[in-house]
Design a protein around this ligand. Structure first.
Ligand SMILES: O=C(O)CCC(=O)C(=O)O
Ligand SMILES: [Fe+2]
Length: 513
């Protein structure tokens, strides 16, 4: 695992200030051009004056110099003024703008941020098997967006893949570079274009790692023409040549990525068909609490084992925007989001903000609504967590319960967790629609639910004996296009000893492994 893998991640909402920062930087650069222009103007106007005087002399030099005022002035100009011009030329322009830029430098995204962004793009492309050329040109799943990747973007991604030891994918991305670079040369200034040697070297190195030495060699020779003394080039070129001599017929090893079964399951469920069993139905729930007789819940069953339902239209647009704006303010400065379960936290690229259930009228109202939905006693249950996902943001397959009841449970167990008990059920509110991707999927049983603002998904994590139900293993698939907001409520077990309303239909035991 690369050290940067452990990084925090940005959510889309925490990236909003970056656009403001970029605007400031552009304004600053614009001011810099003004400073440059001012200097140009001064120089140009003086050139006109000086040229006029010089030409006056040039027409008839002796006649010009025979006037002592002219002769004297020429000596003095050349002795004094031109020294001043020399100093003026050396003076840097826009010192205040350069200082301003320096002061913003530490607000720029870090290497870690870039790593996360690369990981997100890679996740989207590889998990959903998007065709590279289309994706790079902003055509995502058949829809054309007004966005695309530059060769610098692509090179950065390839670099990321190379660092993650995935050379064959790096090569695939790099193959998209030359065509774009050719176009970019027409309108991008040289200092912003990618360095051709960097590109060729990465391509060669990736071929080398793939043991495609004969592909690497000519690339390295080209590089060496551009930078004959570069030590890293010379080293790789030497090793490549040695290996070609030793191994004239390279047998390329099929370097398919080490697909862990769990990663495969994730991929499959995020790409799985959106099928639903015909036994399922939609109905109005009038019964969980007396209040529902007045305002029944629009309920949609997603599956029976494990029992998963959706409650539609449980949050209004106004409530949602209040929740989001409250959370968004507070996530701004959270660089590292609080881990709920450090042990099982395998890849969650989002930021969260905890909201106390008692914090205001809105959260109290939502708490009452969850009681209506579930019939549970929420007094000891967890705070709400409002979550916003980042670029390609996802939450890897996991269970929400800790499995305290299991004899296999070895994790920490605080006094508090004993009192509260395990997470008997989860209520997850969707606070936004997501244009592409971002489904909540239950990998073992093939349920997938696409976010709909205002809908809540509910399921039991524990069976009636208090044991964790492994079939509830679920994930949030990477967001492709959109900003995904959810709010979770994990309901704790202890207070529910005498309550387990909304009981799902009896479970068949034969289907469980
Ligand atoms: O965002 C989602 O769809 C799932 C989130 C989730 O599983 C969690 O927060 O535990
Ligand atoms: Fe979860």
């Amino acid at each position: 695992q690369h050290p940067l893998e452990k990084s925090h991640s940005l959510s889309l909402v925490t990236m909003v200030p970056l656009l403001e920062l970029e605007r400031k930087l552009i304004d600053n650069l614009d001011n810099y051009t003004n400073a440059l222009e001012q200097k140009l103007q001064i120089i140009r106007s003086q050139i006109t004056v000086m040229r006029a005087e010089n030409e006056k002399g040039g027409r008839n030099a002796i006649s010009y110099l025979s006037n002592p005022l002219n002769a004297f002035s020429l000596i003095r100009r050349l002795h004094q003024d031109w020294v001043k011009w020399g100093k003026y030329m050396e003076q840097s322009v826009g010192i205040s703008q350069i200082k301003a830029f320096d002061s913003w430098k530490n607000e720029l995204p870090t290497e870690l941020d870039l790593w996360d962004a690369c990981a997100g793009i890679d996740r989207i492309q590889s998990l959903y098997d998007l065709e590279l050329g289309d994706f790079i040109n902003g055509n995502i799943n058949g829809k054309q967006y007004n966005a695309s990747m530059s060769s610098a973007d692509i090179l950065s991604l390839a670099d990321h893949l190379a660092m993650k030891n995935r050379p064959s994918e790096a090569v695939q991305w790099l193959q998209e570079v030359p065509q774009r670079l050719q176009e970019e040369r027409l309108f991008i200034p040289r200092h912003l274009l990618i360095d051709e040697v960097d590109f060729l070297f990465l391509l060669a190195e990736s071929h080398f790692k793939e043991k495609h030495y004969s592909k690497a060699l000519p690339l390295l020779q080209n590089c060496l023409k551009l930078k004959p003394n570069d030590a890293r080039l010379l080293r790789l070129w030497k090793s490549t040549q040695d290996l070609i001599e030793k191994q004239p017929k390279p047998f390329p090893k099929d370097n398919k990525e080490q697909n862990v079964p769990l990663a495969n399951a994730f991929k499959l469920s995020c790409n799985g068909p959106h099928e639903s069993s015909t036994r399922l139905h939609c109905f109005y729930n009038f019964t969980t609490t007396p209040f529902l007789r007045l305002a029944p819940l629009k309920t949609e069953q997603i599956g029976l084992d494990p029992y998963v339902v959706l409650y539609h239209e449980v949050l209004s647009a106004r409530e949602i925007s209040m929740l989001i704006s409250k959370a968004a303010q507070n996530m701004k400065n959270t660089r590292v989001h609080r881990e709920t379960k450090p042990k099982t936290n395998r890849g969650r690229t989002a930021k969260g903000h905890w909201l106390k259930k008692e914090s205001n009228e809105l959260t109290r109202r939502i708490t009452r609504r969850i009681v209506d939905m579930t019939g549970f006693d929420l007094a000891d249950s967890e705070d709400f967590q409002v979550i916003n996902y980042g670029i390609g943001g996802h939450y890897f397959l996991h269970m929400d319960y800790f499995d305290y009841a299991s004899s296999n449970y070895t994790g920490p167990r605080s006094r508090q967790s004993k009192v509260l008990g395990d997470r008997i059920a989860t209520v997850l509110f969707y606070l936004s629609d997501v244009e592409q991707g971002g489904a909540t999927v239950f990998g073992n049983v093939g349920y997938s639910v696409y976010p709909q603002a205002g809908t809540a998904i509910f399921w039991y994590n524990l069976d009636t004996d208090g044991n964790g139900d492994p079939l509830t293993r679920h994930a949030s698939c990477p967001v492709i296009v959109g900003s995904k907001w959810v709010m979770t409520e994990w309901i704790r077990e202890s207070r529910q000893i005498f309550i387990r309303p909304c009981l799902p239909p009896a479970k068949g035991t034969s289907t469980k492994s």
